[in-house]
Design a protein around this ligand. Structure first.
Ligand code: SF4
Length: 407
């Protein structure tokens, strides 16, 4: 197939669904986790769950970059802008992720993150965000790429410019390249607040969790492996999960036929008692991945011993930090930042959703207090978040349709 429309052919999708239905065993259920938010979005958008037989159950994973960003890291970025007067550049979705409550000291005055507390929000429990901090006068700018942040630094030599870098292995190489470029140019006003996280460590964390190992409340028979992440890291890093944990992994593209085919491949592995890494996304993923990108990343970054993920807590060796050789471009060192964990909104179930324990409709705030226009939790921000995807495409299926009787 050559064009994207061909990967969205409804008749073919229904055909694959019928093959899956014919191959599932009547005596068992199949639970597969799609790790990546791109797949979560595709499953909701194209109604893939409805095309699968009842025996096949999809569990949303934590692979949405803004969903797993903990409040404490967003507070750090807001603090850099408000307290230190720096220009903070970041990707669009990050701007709307809820941070700490906006309420400041009881008598007003300075907000704990910096800047003055507006009269209207005193005593409020509404969360701040980068967008709301911008409305308070912080110089926070949305960028489309890491290169845009570097350009902002070149254009503002008298200002500190910080790139708030988030995301999985897909967005890490561009951050590495801009740090290398800034070093080459000797840019003294540019730094990066690095919050890049790693997919394989998160999968290990999920497989080692009590819900999977001890209680069995999250039954995982296999994974749909990420598309774009795997272009960078290759399929090799998932072999560990097949060999050590006996979990099949099928790396899949983001189109509906990709996901349907991956489900069929997983069902077949389970039925045949195999646990292997298979690559459905052969048009883009190889076993070794993008070696040039991997070289740039390992030149600039090293593993962090621990990093807090929203929902998963502290996950060992699951994120990257900037190497000492590039310390001048590390915003954490430049602004002497110390990480403070901050609890989520009490009623928000994002943590349980990101661990695969609950689904969006289990949250009391879903669709009433929390909507994509006014998110309370991080899973409602990006279109890849489980709550936002279900709100946009799936919530109508939860409502029972009752035919109006003729009067
Ligand atoms: S609906 Fe909102 S508050 Fe509830 S879990 Fe989802 S993002 Fe969190």
């Amino acid at each position: 197939m050559k064009y994207v429309d061909e990967f969205r052919d409804g008749a073919l999708a229904r055909g694959i669904g019928a093959r899956i239905a014919a191959e599932v065993r009547p005596d068992r259920r199949y639970s597969f986790m799609e790790f990546c938010g791109g797949h979560t979005h595709a499953i909701s958008r194209y109604g893939i769950a409805e095309l699968l037989p009842e025996a096949v159950h999809m569990i949303h994973g934590p692979g949405c970059p803004v969903c797993v960003l903990p409040i404490g890291r967003i507070d750090q970025a807001i603090g850099i802008a408000l307290k230190h007067g720096a220009i903070v550049c970041t990707y669009g979705d990050t701007m709307r992720v809820p941070a700490s409550p906006a309420a400041g000291p009881p008598q007003g005055g300075q907000h704990p993150l910096g800047g003055r507390e507006p009269q209207a929000s005193r005593g409020s429990t509404e969360s701040l965000s980068l967008m709301k901090a911008k409305a308070r006068g912080a110089d926070i700018r949305m960028v489309y790429s890491a290169a845009d942040a570097l350009k902002t630094a070149r254009e503002n030599p008298a200002r500190e410019v910080v790139f708030f870098a988030i995301g999985f292995e897909t967005t890490t190489p561009p951050t590495a390249l801009v740090i290398q470029q800034a070093a080459k140019e000797g840019l003294g006003n540019f730094s990066v607040l690095c919050c890049h996280v790693l997919t394989p460590s998160a999968i290990t964390h999920i497989l080692e969790s009590a819900e999977v190992r001890r209680f069995g409340t999250v039954p995982i028979d296999g994974f749909i492996g990420p598309a774009h992440v795997s272009i960078v890291i290759g399929s090799g890093p998932y072999e560990h999960f097949a060999e050590e944990y006996r979990k099949p992994v099928v790396i899949a593209g983001f189109e509906p036929l990709d996901v349907m085919q991956a489900c069929l491949m997983l069902v077949r592995q389970v039925n045949e008692g195999r646990a292997e890494v298979e690559n459905q996304f052969v048009r883009a993923v190889t076993r070794q991945g993008n070696l040039a990108a991997q070289r740039a990343v390992s030149d600039v970054f090293e593993l962090r011993e621990r990093f807090e993920w929203r929902g998963l807590g502290e996950v060992p060796y699951s994120a990257l930090k900037i190497r000492a050789g590039y310390a001048a471009f590390d915003a954490e060192r430049r602004f002497d930042l110390h990480y403070e964990p901050v609890p989520d909104h009490k009623q928000c179930e994002c943590g349980a959703i990101l661990r695969g324990v609950k689904k969006p409709t289990d949250c009391k705030l879903f669709g009433n207090v929390c909507t994509p226009e006014n998110p309370t939790g991080s899973c409602m921000v990006s279109s890849e978040g489980a709550c936002a995807a279900h709100y946009s495409y799936g919530r109508f299926r939860d409502v029972e349709l009752v035919a109006e009787s003729a009067a």
